[in-house]
Write a protein that binds this ligand. Structure first.
Ligand code: AMP
Length: 269
């Protein structure tokens, strides 16, 4: 595995490749990230993983500072996986060139876009930059961050003529979605996260089985908040294709974001 820290070096390295699979991450490599890497390798792509904790997508500097980082461990893990390139760019390098600014359309200001002001503008900004640097044929992203996947498809996929491959959420045996942020949770919070995930799987199942199921989940939201002492930002069923509310055809998902001990977790089922 070659480790590349400058965009200039990356350009030199990859200029003749037409077969790149790109896996952008913020590090703290776990089995969720690994599933994206394996999907790229399965397609026989020259796989580039980037690790960049993007400051512009954090709407809170404390959250940015305490985001778990362990680059040494990540390198060992990525080497074992035979990743071709690891891109470790500096903030200066990523933000040194002019690029389009993104403003979300009103109808996209839902779910996390409503609760984390500026977050997705930051995600689109950095992804626009990374994708213009890496120029991959395939991009691999997780359904764990479903709204992110949706917005990148919507705002960026045409510009870059890239195939966006979505990969299922990888969970622990007790149903917690893997996330680098989980490292910030203590044992009790992890237990709660597991109970919450199992409960939400049940709620989704009962919706699938009953035509009379109430779409308004405010009672469940209050119950979750009381039972687990958490703050739920949203708990909503939305259409899988267009993320619309109350207009559910056969494919829909249950979306949640909540704060547990000051750590914000998101998931969807
Ligand atoms: P992150 O490092 O959290 O920014 O995530 C980098 C990529 O990995 C994104 O496309 C995420 O959606 C994806 N990802 C994160 N967690 C998981 C998971 N548990 N299962 C599958 N993909 C994931």
């Amino acid at each position: 595995m070659k480790i590349i820290t400058s965009i200039l070096d990356l350009n030199k390295e990859i200029k003749n490749y037409k077969n790149i699979g790109f896996v952008p991450t913020m590090g703290g490599i776990h089995a969720g990230h690994i599933s994206l890497i394996k999907a790229s390798q399965k397609k026989k792509r020259e796989t580039i993983v980037s690790i960049f904790v993007n400051p512009t997508q954090f709407n809170n500097t404390i959250d940015f500072r305490k985001y778990p980082r362990d680059i040494k461990k990540d390198i060992v893990c990525l080497k074992k996986l035979n990743v071709n390139y690891l891109l470790l760019p500096s903030t200066k390098d990523i933000y040194k060139f002019k690029a389009r600014k993104f403003v979300l359309r009103k109808k996209d200001k839902i779910l996390c876009a409503k609760f984390r002001k500026g977050h997705f503008e930051g995600v689109l900004n950095v992804m626009n930059r990374l994708m213009s640097i890496v120029k991959s044929k395939d991009l691999f992203m997780g359904e764990k961050d479903y709204q992110q996947l949706y917005l990148i498809r919507k705002y960026l996929s045409k510009k870059f003529d890239v195939r966006i491959n979505s990969c299922q959420t990888i969970r622990t045996a007790d149903k917690i979605a893997l996330s680098t942020r989980n490292k910030l949770l203590n044992k009790k919070s992890l237990e709660k996260a597991s109970h919450i995930a199992k409960l939400l799987i049940k709620i989704k199942k009962s919706k699938l089985q009953s035509s009379k199921f109430k779409l308004d989940l405010s009672d469940y939201k209050i119950e979750l908040e009381k039972k687990f002492n958490i703050k739920v930002d949203y708990l909503e069923f939305r259409d899988e294709k267009n993320l619309k509310l109350n207009n559910l055809k056969d494919k829909f998902r249950l979306f949640i974001a909540y704060n547990i001990n000051k750590i914000r977790l998101i998931d969807n089922f």
